[in-house]
Design a protein around this ligand. Structure first.
Ligand SMILES: [Zn+2]
Length: 74
């Protein structure tokens, strides 16, 4: 009786579905904290490793308003 379990846990997919690193504002503490969380969430082997969470963090960084910034981002 051959139990063909083809469902192997893919452990070689690291690095393929990694989202693009977000661009945090250089002088923003919030963005700085978010990018740190993003790095932990994208670090393979990290207890905080969670790519879907990393995507959320990246969106949060990109959406973070910086009205104090000189000039307007169009
Ligand atoms: Zn910010």
């Amino acid at each position: 009786m051959a139990l063909t379990t083809t469902q192997r846990s893919p452990d070689s997919t690291a690095g393929t579905g990694l989202p693009d690193p977000p661009q945090p504002a250089p002088n923003c503490d919030v963005c700085g904290a978010l990018i740190q969380q993003w790095r932990q969430a994208t670090e393979v082997g990290s207890p905080a490793y969670d790519l879907s969470h990393a995507v959320d963090l990246a969106i949060e960084i990109r959406r973070h308003p910086h009205n104090w910034k000189k000039g307007r981002t169009t």
